[in-house]
Design a protein around this ligand. Structure first.
Ligand code: AVJ
Ligand code: FE
Length: 438
C-alpha cells in the first residue's frame, strides 16, 4: 500500500471521527425525552437524524462499498427521507435513543474495519475515497440540520461556544467583478458531489456585488422603512407568502423597546448591528434587495466572486486560494454559534476584495437549483437530481453551522424559497450603470 493511500485512509478516519464527535455532542446535549420530541414540524426529532446518519452509512458503505450483509434492513424504510415527511417522523416506530446510539456505533465499527482493507481506487464509488467522503459530508449536513433543530427548541440553553472574532477591518460598499468567462463547478475536486460537476465555462457580464453580507443594521432599516408592508418590493409569490405567514422580521427576532433582540439557542440578546442578518427566507432577501435598488446575485455571479482570480484567470477552491479553511479564514464548523461581524475575516477575502463568502451565513442566490451542462447523477438520483427545477433556490457559501468538509467554492445547497429555519442570509448584487464598468 502506498504512503498516499495510507494518508487518505487516515484522513477519512479522522473526518469520520470528527463528524461523529459533533453528532454525539448535539445528541448528548439533551435528555432522551428531548431527543425523541419534535421541536418543530419543519424538523425531525433529533433521534431520527442520529439513526438516519447511521442508516445511510450502512446503505452506502457497509452494503454497497463493502458488500457485507445488512445489519438492520428492517429499519431502512423508517429512515428513508422520501418515504416519510419530517412532520410525520415522530409517530414512526423509531429506534429509541439507546438503540439508535448502539446502531450507529455498530455501523461505524464495520466501516472502520472496511476502511482498512477496501481499495481506494478503481471503482468510481471508492476512487479517492469518494463514498467515504460523501458519508462524511452527509453526516456533517445532518449535524447542521440538528443544530437548526436546537435553535428551534424551547427551554434552557444547552449549547455553549466562545464568541466569534471581532471586526478587524472596515468592510462596506460594493466590488466590481469585470465581465468575462470563468470556470464554474469542478471536475477535479475529489469529494465534490454530483451537482457541483462538471467544470464548465460561463461567460458572466460585469456586475457589482456587496463586499459583505447584508447586516442586521441594514436589514432593520428595511423593516423600519415599512419594507414588510409594501408589496412593491416583493415578488408576487413572495408577497403572498409574506401575507399568509405573517412575516414582519427575521425568524427569532423579538421586539425590544424601539429596537430588536433575538433568541439564539435559548438565550435572548440585543441584535448586533454589524453582523450578517440570519434566518431570512429567499422572499425576504429578494424584497430587501429590491428596496435598496439591487437584486440577489445569480449563482454564477456568486461563484465567480468567490473563485475567480483575475491575476491568473483561474478558478480557485476558496476565495483565499486553494488551501483548506482555517480559523483565520472563515467562521465554519460550529466553532461559534453565531455569525461573526462583517470585517472579522480579512484573510478570507477574495482577490477582488469580497469578504465572508465562506462561512457565517448561507447566502441566497436568485438561481433555481438546476444541473450543470454535462451533469450525471452519482451515485444515486436522490441526492440532487430529484430536486432540480424551479421549486428550489440555491444557497452558497456555508454558515457557522457548516463543517469545512461540506463547504467549498463550488458547494451548492438548496431549499424552498419560504424556508428560514436554516442559517440563511444574503448579499446583494446589481448591474453596472452606464459607464460604471469601464
Ligand atoms: C443539501 C442540505 C438540502 O438536508 O435535504 C441530507 C442534504 N441530503 N440528506 C438536505 C441531505 C440527504 C440536503 N441539503
Ligand atoms: Fe440525509
Amino acid at each position: 500500500m502506498t504512503v498516499q493511500t495510507e494518508r487518505l485512509r487516515a484522513r477519512i478516519a479522522d473526518q469520520l471521527g470528527r463528524a461523529r464527535d459533533r453528532t454525539a455532542r448535539l445528541a448528548d446535549a439533551v435528555d432522551d425525552e428531548d431527543l425523541t420530541r419534535q421541536h418543530s414540524t419543519l424538523m425531525s426529532p433529533l433521534v431520527w437524524d442520529l439513526a438516519h446518519v447511521g442508516n445511510q452509512e450502512e446503505l452506502w458503505l457497509v452494503r454497497d462499498v463493502g458488500g457485507l450483509t445488512p445489519i438492520r434492513e428492517d429499519i431502512d424504510q423508517l429512515y428513508d427521507a422520501f418515504r416519510h415527511p419530517r412532520r410525520d417522523r415522530p409517530r414512526l416506530p423509531l429506534l429509541d435513543p439507546t438503540q439508535a446510539r448502539a446502531y450507529v456505533g455498530t455501523v461505524r465499527e464495520k466501516v472502520l474495519d472496511l476502511l482498512d482493507r477496501v481499495p481506494l481506487e478503481g471503482r468510481a464509488l471508492v476512487a479517492d475515497g469518494f463514498a467515504f467522503g460523501m458519508i462524511v459530508q452527509h453526516e456533517q449536513q445532518h449535524d447542521e440540520t440538528m443544530l437548526a433543530t436546537h435553535q428551534l427548541r424551547d427551554g434552557e440553553p444547552v449549547l455553549q461556544a466562545p464568541p466569534p472574532p471581532p471586526a478587524r477591518v472596515p468592510v462596506g460598499g460594493e466590488v466590481l467583478v469585470p465581465a468575462g468567462p470563468f470556470t464554474m463547478g469542478t471536475s477535479t475536486e475529489a469529494w465534490a458531489l454530483d451537482n457541483e460537476r462538471p467544470a464548465h465555462r460561463v461567460d458572466v457580464p460585469a456586475f457589482f456585488i456587496d463586499a459583505a453580507p447584508v447586516t442586521n443594521a441594514a436589514y432593520a432599516r428595511f423593516i423600519a422603512a415599512g419594507g414588510y408592508d409594501d408589496p412593491r418590493w416583493w415578488s408576487e409569490p413572495g408577497w403572498r407568502h409574506r401575507m399568509t405567514a405573517g412575516l414582519s422580521a427575521p425568524l427569532h427576532w423579538l421586539r425590544d423597546g424601539d429596537g430588536w433582540a433575538y433568541r439564539r439557542f435559548g438565550r435572548i440578546a440585543p441584535v448586533r448591528d454589524d453582523e450578517p442578518v440570519l434566518h431570512v427566507c429567499f422572499y425576504e432577501a429578494q424584497a430587501y434587495a429590491a428596496w435598496v435598488g439591487k437584486r440577489l446575485p445569480t449563482e454564477a455571479e456568486w461563484e465567480k466572486a468567490a473563485r475567480f482570480d483575475p491575476a491568473t484567470g483561474r478558478s480557485r477552491r476558496y476565495p483565499w486560494g486553494d488551501r483548506e479553511p482555517t480559523a483565520q479564514h472563515a467562521n465554519l464548523g460550529q466553532r461559534h454559534l453565531e455569525p461573526a461581524p462583517v470585517g472579522a475575516y480579512p484573510a478570507g477575502r477574495s482577490p477582488l476584495g469580497v469578504h465572508q463568502l465562506i462561512g457565517d451565513v448561507w447566502e441566497w442566490t436568485s438561481s433555481d437549483f438546476r444541473p450543470y451542462p454535462g451533469f450525471a447523477a452519482f451515485p444515486y438520483r436522490e441526492y440532487s437530481e430529484v430536486f432540480f427545477g424551479p421549486a428550489y433556490k440555491v444557497l452558497r457559501g456555508g454558515s457557522f453551522g457548516t463543517d469545512a468538509a461540506a463547504c467549498r467554492g463550488t458547494f451548492r445547497n438548496w431549499d424552498l424559497p419560504i424556508r428560514r429555519q436554516i442559517f440563511s442570509g444574503f448579499r446583494c448584487a446589481r448591474d453596472p450603470r452606464a459607464g460604471e464598468a469601464d
